[in-house]
Design a protein around this ligand. Sequence first.
Ligand SMILES: *[C@@H]1O[C@H](CO)[C@@H](O)[C@H](O)[C@H]1NC(C)=O
Ligand SMILES: *[C@@H]1O[C@H](CO)[C@@H](O)[C@H](O)[C@H]1NC(C)=O
Length: 388
Amino acid sequence: MTENTLRAFVLKQLLRSLLSTGALHLVLVTLFALSLICDVSYCKKSRRRWKSGRLDVLTPVIAANTACATFPELSRPQTQLCEKFPDVTHSAIDGVQMAITECQYQFQKHRWNCSSLDTKSRTSFNNPILMKGFRETAFANAISSAGVVYHVARSCSLGNLLSCSCQTDMGKPRKKEVRQITQDSPNQQWIWAGCHDNAAFASAFAREFLDSKKSRASDLQSNVNTHNKKAGRLAVSKSMEIKCKCHGMSGSCELKTCWRAVPVLHTVGEQLRDRYQYATRVQYSNKHPGRMVTMYSDREKPPRRNLVYYDASPNYCDADEHLHVVGTAERVCNKSSTDMDWCGTLCCGRGYNTVLVTKTDRCNCRFHWCCYVVCETCTRKEWVTVCK
Ligand SMILES: *[C@@H]1O[C@H](CO)[C@@H](O)[C@H](O)[C@H]1NC(C)=O
Ligand SMILES: *[C@@H]1O[C@H](CO)[C@@H](O)[C@H](O)[C@H]1NC(C)=O
C-alpha cells in the first residue's frame, strides 16, 4: 500500500463524514465568506509577505549569536557547529540535560550518584570525571550521547527544527516489527508510513557535536571515549520502537499507519546501566600498537555496544576535590536495603547516625469544579539513617 492509497482513504473518510453531517454546506459557506474577507488589506499584506520570502517574520528563528553565546562552555568546534545549527544545538544541549537527570535517576543509590555533573557548568562538558577512564566515565559519556540522539530525533520529527524533519529512508520494516504490528489483528490493513523519528540525522549530529574529528586522537582515552559515545548512540538507534496510529470513523481502526520511534530515555538508561555493570576493561594492544583490545586477549576487540573502561574506579567514599567527588558523608542510607544504598555499602563502613528530619508533603488535596486542585502542605517527622 502506498501513500496515495492512504490519501485517498483519508479523503474518502472525510467526505463521507462531511456529507453525513451536512457540514459540507458549512465549509463552502465559510470558504466563500473568507474569500470576501480576504479582500481587505490584512490578507493582501500577509500574501505579499509570503511571496517576498520573508519567512523570518512569521517563524522567528533563534539568532545564532545569542543562542550560542549562552553556552560559553562549548569548545571551538562545538561553537562553530552551533553557529551553523543553532536550533539543533539547543536541542542537543537539552538532550544532555535530560541525560544527566537520567544518570541521577539510575545512580541515585550509588556512592557516585552523578550529582557532580550538573553543578559547575550547564553543559558539563568539562567535568573531570569525563576526562578519566572509569566505568562511571563510560556511563556518563554514553548516556550524554544517547540523550542528544533522543532529543534531537524527537525534535526533528515534531517539526521543531529547521535542518531536519521526519526520517524518510527507513526501508522496509523488519520481520520482527511486522510481527509486532500484526500480532493483535492479523487482517487489519496497515502501512509503513507516518513520521519516523530521525535517528539518522540525530546520530550524525551527536557524533559531530560530542565527538568532533579534532577530539578523536589516537590515545587510549580518546579511543575509549569515542567507543562509549558510539555505544550510547547505538543504544538509542538499535532499540527503536514501533508506534501505530489508527484511522477510520469514530475510533474504528480500519487502517493504521506505523513508524519507528525512539524509545523513552528511561529504557535507554536502564540498558546502559546494565552495560555499565558488565563493562569491558580494555588496554592498548602490545602486538598491534594503537589498537584497543580487551584485558584478557591481545586479539579481542570489545563488542561495539559494550561500554569500555581502562581504569579502576576510586571508591567514591571520601571527598576528592580534583574529581568533584563529595563523598558519602550525610547521604541518606537504608538499613534494610539489599541494593547499593544499604548503609554498610553506602557509608563505606563508617557507620551511620539516626536523625529526625521534617518532611513536607502535599496533602488533603481537594478537587474544585472546574478544574483545579487545592492542597495543603503537611509536615511530618521521620527518622532516617545518614552516613557518618
Ligand atoms: C547525591 O549525592 C549528593 C552528595 O553526597 C547529595 O547531596 C545528593 O542529595 C545525592 N542525590 C541523590 C538523588 O541522592
Ligand atoms: C529500604 O529498603 C527496603 C528493602 O529494599 C525497602 O522495602 C524500603 O522501602 C526502603 N526504605 C526506604 C526509606 O527507602
